[in-house]
Design a protein around this ligand. Structure first.
Ligand code: BGC
Length: 543
């Protein structure tokens, strides 16, 4: 059997898509599309809930006519914060569940929990206070499901994807979120004319959550989870279905098994191990937590949840919903840039460009917020908000999810993503609660500073992981040095260095292949020296 490390010419430099890992197959596409329904469910929730505040039926049900502006702002804050708080609570248990029972059952469970929560929200009834209590409980339970989904789905997609397509396929998660947001905000426009329409805004996605649960029954389990559990036969069976060639499947299975054995030799995974130095776990954890902290602090949900409310200061309720829809379409359109660019341009340049543009947009928002409101200003707000959302969508929207789903060793992946995802939701909760209370100009100035700090984090601490096999990412972290400010990120020089680094890693992998092959031959009772000879030949053909 060929040793795992002796994979064919894997040119792992940014910008090159290689098919040596089996390339894209219909089943991989289907798996990613089905799992991404989880993202759609989450996106629909964001788009649906935000729009409901501008609906008369909603305002009547919750007795808004008799409530002061401050009380309404507080209720809006809770409606958004309880979902995100529930999501933070759902992240940790799903990390444990997906480690124990597998990614697939965990996704199914999450979808069912979400359906219960969303149904509670859709059927909120009785007096305004009883309705509100039911809505709050529903937000918390639904949020729990969303938190579980957002921890498990990106990991599941990344673990099923071949290395050269992992970035683009991981984008399915975010792409589905933004489609969900657009569909919900499109639906909100006619729903606003029906006094019960808000119920569909909160509960319409139950249909999709149940569809997800049903379809996941037929999807394969994550090959990396199977490898980690030592289920050799199932691992090979699954990979032979997911990859286009038996050779690619066999090589990947061997590589996964070797990595699982290496990780197992280091002892069982523990929560404490997340912050230890071996395997550069501390670096990976701090980076993952920082990315997921900066994402909500970049201020996206101030726009996603509150755009209709902000636009009401300039336009009628109907026009505010149309304006929100325009912003959400910009979100979806710009996500395509990330989809195409993530493996070609790399994670780091996209995050930097996206962060800097968002920073500029926030500064423009500060200026607009300080000017007296007029309809003209309203158009400027919609334009800057659309540009901001588009900038978020091609970088900071999808990439924290993608990066966190790929940077951790399999042994720690579930626990580590549970922590990074919970961080995202906790910070989201704080933003959702605090934003409505701050003057707009102050809030946007804070977001601008956060975007700048986010770029600095990426610039100094994030190694490029585009096109690396999941097993090669360990080395990228172990050899990463804090970037010097003088490094020229955009130059041809940088691209050349990335390629050279790719070749260096290839040589290291080939060297490991020679050693592994020789010991395999020796273990099989063959001639070790001859084995090394063959290994050397193989090395020649690889490098
Ligand atoms: C974020 C959400 C946000 C959405 C908007 C996601 O990646 O996690 O908080 O609402 O993008 O597109």
């Amino acid at each position: 059997m060929r040793p795992a490390h002796a994979t064919k010419a894997l040119d792992i430099s940014v910008g090159t898509r290689v098919e040596a890992d089996g390339g894209l197959t219909p089943l991989v596409l289907l798996v990613s599309a089905v799992a991404a329904i989880g993202g759609f469910v989450f996106g629909y929730d964001i788009g649906g809930g935000g729009g409901s505040f501008a609906m008369e039926g909603f305002q009547t049900q919750f007795g808004w006519a008799n409530k002061s502006e401050a009380v309404r702002a507080d209720e809006i804050g809770w409606i958004s914060a309880l979902l995100t708080l529930g999501a933070a609570a759902g992240a940790a248990p799903s990390g444990i569940l997906s480690d124990r029972v597998g990614r697939r059952p965990c996704i199914i469970t999450s979808a069912l929990i979400f359906s219960i929560g969303a149904s509670l929200q859709a059927f909120a009834s009785g007096s305004p206070s009883a309705s509100l209590a039911q809505l709050y409980v529903g937000r918390l339970v639904g949020g729990f499901g969303v938190g579980m989904l957002s921890t498990t789905v990106p990991v599941y997609i990344a673990e099923c994807a071949p290395g050269s397509w992992r970035g683009s396929l991981s984008m399915c998660w975010q792409f589905a979120i933004v489609i969900g947001i657009v569909v919900a905000s499109l639906a909100n426009v006619p729903l606003a004319h029906w006094d019960q329409g808000w119920r569909v805004s909160y509960g319409g996605n139950v249909v999709f959550a149940l569809l997800l649960a049903l379809l996941m029954v037929w999807m394969p389990e994550s090959p990396r989870w199977l490898g980690q559990r030592g289920r050799e036969a199932a691992l090979r069976r699954t990979l032979s279905r997911l990859r286009s060639s038996t050779l690619a499947a066999e090589e990947e299975a061997t590589s996964i098994e070797a990595k699982a054995a290496e990780e197992a030799a280091g002892g069982a995974s523990s929560w404490r191990g997340l912050l230890r130095r071996p395997l550069a776990m501390r670096h990976r954890m701090l980076l993952g937590v920082a990315l997921q902290c900066w994402q909500p602090l970049a201020g996206i949900n101030a726009i996603m949840f509150f755009a209709p409310k902000i636009l009401l200061a300039y336009f009628s309720a109907e026009a505010a919903l149309w304006g929100t829809l325009g912003i959400n379409v910009a979100n979806a359109a710009a996500t395509v840039v990330a989809l195409v660019g993530v493996d070609r341009l790399g994670r780091v340049p996209l995050l930097l460009a996206s962060g800097l543009l968002m920073c500029v947009c926030h500064l423009a928002m500060v200026a607009l917020a300080l000017s007296p409101p007029s309809q003209q200003l309203g158009y400027a707000v919609v334009s800057v908000a659309s540009l901001f959302v588009a900038s978020f969508a091609f970088g900071w929207g999808p990439l924290p999810w993608t990066v966190c789903s790929e940077i951790f060793p399999t042994k720690y992946r579930s626990k580590a993503t549970a922590v990074t995802t919970a961080t995202n939701w906790l910070v989201n909760t704080a933003v959702g609660k605090v934003f409505p209370l701050l003057p707009l100009a102050t809030a946007f100035a804070i977001f601008a500073a956060a975007c700048f700090a986010a770029c600095a984090t990426v610039f100094f601490f994030q190694p490029e992981t585009a096109n690396l096999g999941m097993e090669q990412i360990d080395e990228a972290f172990e050899s990463h040095r804090v970037r010097r400010v003088s490094a020229k990120l955009w130059s041809a020089d940088r691209r050349a260095r990335i390629r050279a680094e790719g070749r260096r890693r290839m040589r290291a992998a080939a060297g490991a292949a020679v050693v592994a092959y020789a010991s395999e031959v020796r273990a099989a009772g063959g001639d070790g020296a001859a084995g090394v000879g063959k290994g050397e030949e193989k090395r020649e053909s690889i490098v």
